[in-house]
Every structure is written in C-alpha cells, then in structure tokens.
Design a protein around this ligand. Structure first.
Ligand code: ZN
Length: 365
C-alpha cells in the first residue's frame, strides 16, 4: 500500500506541475491524497470503461495523460461522459490523477518515447520555453558562503546544460541596523553594522523555488535572510514543446513512412506530397502539434510527425517538409511506459497496471 500523495510526488519530481501550459489541468482531479492504495491503473484517457476496469481490478488510483476535466463543471447529473466518469470514480472511491502538458514539455517525457521508438539520435527540444528559469541573489557573511553555496547546489540550483554546481559570487559590504526585538547574528542592536558579505547568484528551475528558499533560510546564519528572486527570459533548452532529432541513417521517403507506420503502430498516416528527398532530420510532437510547424520548418526538418492536423494546415508545409499526421492517440500511446518506468523504479512492490482498454475515439475502416 502506498499513499496517493507519495505516488503523485514521484511523478511530479519527474514532471513538475509548474511545467504545464496555462490552459491545462494536470494534477489530482478526484480523490483524497492522504488515502492509501495498493494498485494504480495507467491510461492515456480516463473513460468510463477505464473507471470500470479500475473497479474490477480494485485500483484506488487512475493515472492518465489527458485530464478528464479541463474547465469548471457546474453540475454532476451524468449528462455527459465527463460527469459520469467523475461520479463513478467518487462513488467507488477511486482517485484520478493526470500529468499532461508537464509531461509533454519534459525532455524525457512524451516525445522522448517517440524518439526511442524511431531510434532517433541527437534529439533536443524543438521549441524551448522561457519564463521557467529563475535566479536567486543572496548575501552571505564570508565564513558561511561555501556552506550556503553547497546546500543550494545540492538542492538542484546552478544547473546549466551539462554543467552543475554553477554560481557566481562577488565580495561586498552588507549594512544593517538590528532594531528592538531583533536577535542579530553579528553586530549590536540599534547600531548600524557593516559586515563583509558575498553576493551569491544561482540560476534554478522555477519549480525548485520553495525548496531553495527553505534551504537558504536553514543554512544562512542570519535571523533575517536578504534575498531576491527574478524570473529570467532565458529559454530552458530542456523544457518545451516538440523535439527534433536525426535518423542514424537517412532513408528514402517511402521506406521512412513504412518504418514510421510500423514503429508507431498506426493504421494510417495522413501526409503531404512527397518531395523526392532523403529523410534525415525529424521533428515530432506527441498529440496536437500543428502549432509547431513553423519551428519544424525553421529548423530544417525533412518531416514533421504529429497528430490532429487540419485540412488547411497541410497547405502550410509549402513543400518545405513533409507533414506526417500519425493520429493523436497513436503518437502518445507509449506515454503509459513513462508512468510505469518512473513508478516501478520508486515503488518496486507497488502494482502498476496498464489499461487494456483502447481509448482511441478514432477508428479506421
Ligand atoms: Zn494528447
């Protein structure tokens, strides 16, 4: 038996909720996080059939990629499948959790699974996001600087690409006056004190903010710790939408499409006109990725693989690349493996079951 909140914690350590898009609703949607369960059921979509399966298998938690609820529900009468799923889950004491765009936006998330299936190399994020990196400035008395620096670095601050433990420091003078009621670490009350201090600067990923503030307050010797946090415009190359990578050996267009169809287990690929060129650079995005077409073209992809392209959007390829729409479900069907990998590593004795329901609402004749 594991606490639902511990399962959630493990998923969010891998895919922090702060990386989800504004329109999204990732997180615990139904259920009490302080309850325990012995089994979780993993699925792409939480449909009524999946809830029935969870009831039969006695799973106390459903972990889905797509949130069943996106916007506010005003009644629970069972008039549509969303309300019926929620009602059924609550009646049977089943929690529903979703990790959606936060999992899409991770370098090791949904798109990494596509890269693995297609054996792509040199993969990087296609459209890195900005606003997810922050910087912390703090002022530390000289004797304590290494202690504070190490504690912040150990907690994940100062990671830039393949480098860790990055920081910058400058020596200066801190001035302060401890008033009545204060208990100063150095200096005397009611007198302005000057202390040699080091200004320490570290970059960090936004989701670490609360953790770093607590660690700073624990390790900094002052009663009142001076610090500032700012949000940076810098893009985080490890977080964002879509990916771009290469085939280890270029392929002609038709063998490529054949390979794509087989590896992604799709019955149908809707694609733009073939261009008579070798395929090597592959842009891809699980789910509805048409918004990334311009990025795929700008980065000179030979093909852009995603789902949910509309008729008029196919024209936008302008013969610069081949759009290959493999279907939304098909492009994300291996997402369950991510949940399985993360949870089985952390909770080796906990039962993680894959749904047997094919939740794809699209059928091919
Ligand atoms: Zn999706």
């Amino acid at each position: 038996m594991e606490f639902i909140k511990d399962i959630i914690k493990a998923i969010e350590e891998f895919a922090p909720k702060s990386y989800q898009e504004n329109y999204d609703n990732s997180g615990l949607i139904v259920g009490d996080p302080s309850k325990k369960t012995s089994k979780a059921l993993i699925t792409l979509d939480c449909t009524e059939e999946v809830v029935d399966e969870a009831i039969n298998l006695k799973c106390g938690l459903i972990i889905a990629h797509h949130p069943i609820v996106f916007s506010g529900l005003k009644s629970f009468t069972g008039k549509n499948y969303i309300e019926r799923v929620i009602i059924k889950a609550i009646k049977h004491d089943i929690a529903i959790y979703a990790a959606h765009t936060n999992l899409d936006n991770m370098q090791m998330g949904v798109n990494q699974k596509i890269a693995e299936k297609l054996n792509l190399v040199d993969c990087k994020i296609l459209a890195p996001v900005s606003g997810k990196l922050k910087k912390l400035y703090t002022y530390v008395p000289k004797a304590h600087i290494e202690n504070v620096r190490k504690a912040l670095n150990d907690a994940g601050a100062g990671k830039i690409g393949n480098y860790s433990d990055c920081s910058f420091s400058t020596l200066g003078e801190g001035k302060f006056k401890a008033n009545e009621g204060a208990n100063p670490f150095v200096g005397t009350k009611n007198k302005i004190h000057t202390e040699p201090e080091i200004k320490l600067e570290v970059i960090f990923e936004a989701h670490l903010e609360q953790k770093l503030i607590s660690i700073l307050k624990e390790t900094h010797p002052y009663e009142e710790v001076a610090f500032e946090i700012i949000t940076l415009d810098n893009k985080n190359p490890e977080i964002g939408a879509g990916m771009i990578g290469k085939l280890s050996k270029p392929l002609d267009e038709e063998p490529f499409l054949k390979m794509l169809k087989k590896k992604m287990q799709t019955k149908c690929i809707r694609h733009t006109e073939l261009l008579g060129k070798k395929i090597e650079r592959i842009a891809f995005c699980g789910g509805s990725g048409s918004f990334l077409l311009k990025d795929a073209i700008a980065q000179q992809a030979d093909v852009f693989i995603t789902g949910d392209f509309k008729y008029h959007q196919f024209f936008d390829s302008e013969k610069k690349l081949i759009i290959a729409d493999i279907g939304h479900y098909e492009s994300e069907q291996f997402t369950n493996e991510i949940f399985y990998d993360v949870l089985s590593k952390k909770f080796p004795k906990f039962a993680i079951l894959n749904t047997k329901v094919n939740t794809n609402p699209v059928h091919y004749y």
